[in-house]
Design a protein around this ligand. Structure first.
Ligand code: MN
Length: 231
């Protein structure tokens, strides 16, 4: 029997609506600049050729409804409201027309970002980890199974801060939709149950401060909330 020097980190798991069983997180993939208007606000021309990704550790997961401290090392802490797709069936080099069979369900996500550190890394051609893959940076709402809601390809995606609307778009404006993302990503990784994909944020990203309350929703998928506490 394996023994450990100290207790292994717990497995983070996302609640599933209508089920007592939870969804254990294996990996978190995030798609960059997947709405044209967001690419432009980031000062980059939209690229329709192929998606690109960064990752977050499963350890960064935060359930919707939490209050989290303002993170260290930043003075430009941003929200990014996103549709999240979660994988329930393994696959490698998945054909586009079979991709949705691998999706267990969907959730709302907040890809919390230290924007100043991300931009500095981008300009220096360094990895984005300090700006993206930091503690409590992946907020995810309870999962709704695709068996219940189907596979959303359109519908409003919105976010407000303290009740003031900041992001409002439609899933139909994703540059790379869910089938394209799964077909592409599975060419580089053997996708596994537990894998989570943040599909990218629309325009309107911005900074939050201690005391701010973030709310977001996606038609047919659900809603998400986050409160920012003191540093
Ligand atoms: Mn994002």
């Amino acid at each position: 029997m394996t023994t450990y020097l100290f207790p292994p980190a717990p497995v983070n798991a996302i609640p599933v609506q209508g089920d007592t069983a939870t969804f254990p997180i294996r990996r978190i993939f995030c798609v960059g600049r997947n709405y044209e208007a967001h690419a432009r606000e980031m000062g980059v021309a939209p690229d329709r050729e192929a998606p690109f990704y960064f990752t977050k550790s499963p350890d960064t997961y935060v359930p919707s409804g939490a209050t989290i401290p303002y993170p260290p090392g930043t003075s430009n802490y941003h929200y990014e409201m996103e549709l999240v797709a979660v994988i329930g069936k393994p696959g490698f080099r998945i054909p586009r027309d079979q991709a949705l069979q691998h999706v267990y369900g969907y959730a709302c996500g907040l890809d919390m970002t230290r924007r100043d550190l991300q931009i500095a890394a981008r300009e220096q051609r360094r990895p984005w980890d300090l700006g993206k893959d930091f503690e409590q940076s992946a907020v995810i709402s309870p999962i709704v199974p695709a068996a219940r809601i189907g596979h959303p390809a359109s519908g409003r995606i919105v976010l407000d801060v303290n009740g003031v609307e900041k992001q409002a778009s439609d899933l139909s404006l994703l540059i790379h939709g869910i089938p394209d993302l799964i077909a592409h990503l599975s060419g580089y990784y053997h996708l596994q149950p537990g894998d989570v994909i943040f599909t990218g944020t629309p325009e309107g990203v911005g900074a939050v401060q201690p005391g701010d309350r973030i709310g977001g929703s996606i038609d047919g998928v659900g809603s998400i909330a986050l409160t920012i506490g003191e540093a």
